[in-house]
Design a protein around this ligand. Sequence first.
Ligand SMILES: NC(=O)C1=CN([C@@H]2O[C@H](COP(=O)(O)OP(=O)(O)OC[C@H]3O[C@@H](n4cnc5c(N)ncnc54)[C@H](OP(=O)(O)O)[C@@H]3O)[C@@H](O)[C@H]2O)[C@H](O)CC1
Ligand SMILES: [K+]
Length: 592
Amino acid sequence: MLTAVSKFRNKSGLASTTRVMPFFLSTFPAHATAAPLCPPPSPYPSPHFRLPSLPRRGLAFLAAAAPPRALPPTPRQAMASLATSTAAAAAAEVTHLSQRDAADIDEQLMGPLGFSVDQLMELAGLSVATAVAEVYKLSEHTRALIICGPGNNGGDGLVAARHLYHFGYKPFVCYPKRTAKPLYSGLVTQLESLAIPFVPVEDLPQDLSGQYDIVIDAMFGFSFHGTPRPPFDDLIQMLVSLSVVGDSAKRPPIVSVDIPSGWHVEEGDVSGGGIKPDMLVSLTAPKLCAKKFTGPHHFLGGRFVPPPISSKYGLELPPYPGTSMCVRIGKVPSVDISSLRENYISPELLENQVMPNPFDQFRSWFDEAVTAGLREPNAMALTTVNKAGKPSSRMVLLKGVDKQGFVWYTNYGSQKAHDLSENSNAALLFYWNEMNRQVRVEGSVQKVSEEESEKYFHSRPRGSQLGAIVSKQSTVISGREVLQQAYKELEQKYSDGSFIPKPDYWGGYRLTPNLFEFWQGQQSRLHDRLQYSQREVGGSTEWHIQSRPKLARQAVKIAVMLLVCLMAGATPNSHGPSAQDVQPLCSMVSSL
Ligand SMILES: NC(=O)C1=CN([C@@H]2O[C@H](COP(=O)(O)OP(=O)(O)OC[C@H]3O[C@@H](n4cnc5c(N)ncnc54)[C@H](OP(=O)(O)O)[C@@H]3O)[C@@H](O)[C@H]2O)[C@H](O)CC1
Ligand SMILES: [K+]
């Protein structure tokens, strides 16, 4: 049973990742004959890992070492991240609102457009919480101080505190000027029912660094005017002194909701002595002051703008990815590649837990990857080598596996086909990132029979059949339109639903393995590896398993033997090394 994978970032919001994978290592009923592989049901499988429903035998269970409420990054989230970065690139032209337009829009939403303030505040607060969770991962930013002001910006902060709690953070709320309206007292009651502490201003330490991992500024939004009055003047100063420590890795990052509190809503930080937030979550649309924001993370939230508002105010806003409540705008911070680090936590992969036949073991892991909802677990890197010894790799999709080998289909005019015609040796690599697993397979490759290729070709959607005819892989064409035109013509030709013949330049390959390696990532780089290789026993070929420690020991033995031989050769005395010379090495070898 695969239960969780959690991914965290370090203080820069980008670097280290811990993957915790508590699950039953399970044995599925053995697949004696291989069936074609069923890819996950849709290109975007369930956003949460599903528990497999098949009966299974638990071999090992690792108690959850993950923080209790950490959610796994899902394939959908990964796509959302990509979409947020893409949106960021496209967001240079996002509309920025004046203070007046922002207030006008608010009035219209809550007037003729039928929204209530509660609704909008809920969505705004949820956007803030999701944006915070996207950048500042729980593992390093657990304790969040939310400083709330007297108006709706403060209300957004109260809502965000509740959502952050449910995401697994530990919120603390400083709410010095409470508003008597039922909306606000309701929000306070909700937080109290979660036992979220309310911290009086006077109990806050002058230096917030020691007690909080993140500070959310929800003091003032677009209705701020003049200079801050007590107690917000001191609170703002507290955040100013915090942001003076430039390196956000050494202090809690500051997240401002809609406007960095104390900034002029249109002019920004006029004096230059204001808060310098690390993250700004603009709501509905950024206000003019956001043009002056220079921090690394600018997000937009408030996914509720209806078309009448967009058209009336000519709003250019980036699309929200998928079901996300926030979208990154502005420049994507550049990543320090050397700081990207993973720490894998998985059950051990031991020799006595795996199946004797590597095909069965592969099928078991493959089924677990499908059941876990991984996107395209049948995607594999195929490495071929031409006759000059030049290797090349590309991703292809596994379309079938049985005891004869691993099958994929392609164009017989492609570079891989050319390489394979010169050198039939190839390697496959499956990488199931979310499960901390890889499988390497090596062997020799042959074309599958025409009959097998025909059968598979006609099982494909008609569009893919036409695509296979049109695409002359690895040839240079003058433009995409050439392909589109050819495709259109074929579509027309076969529009009556008639049989589409398989082109003779298209078909399958089968890799017959002579080596498998199953890799399970472990903590501190002490990964588990099991290698299956073939050996002759009594005239027949059998699979033989070696674990990494065993392999390492054998490598040392061979190295020592080599050393002995070298010494023998290097000794000026033609009789070779003396028993005395060799004795310590021999006892070392035998003790391995
Ligand atoms: N449509 C949307 O985008 C939505 C945004 N939301 C959030 O609402 C705020 C705007 O909320 P609003 O209540 O209008 O204003 P503020 O939160 O900015 O604060 C107003 C209170 O602050 C006091 N204030 C103003 N200036 C000062 C100052 N210099 N010193 C101290 N106090 C100040 C003000 O008191 P006054 O007596 O001065 O009027 C108010 O008490 C927006 O930015 C978003 O965060 C909604 O949640 C959802 C819809
Ligand atoms: K604010």
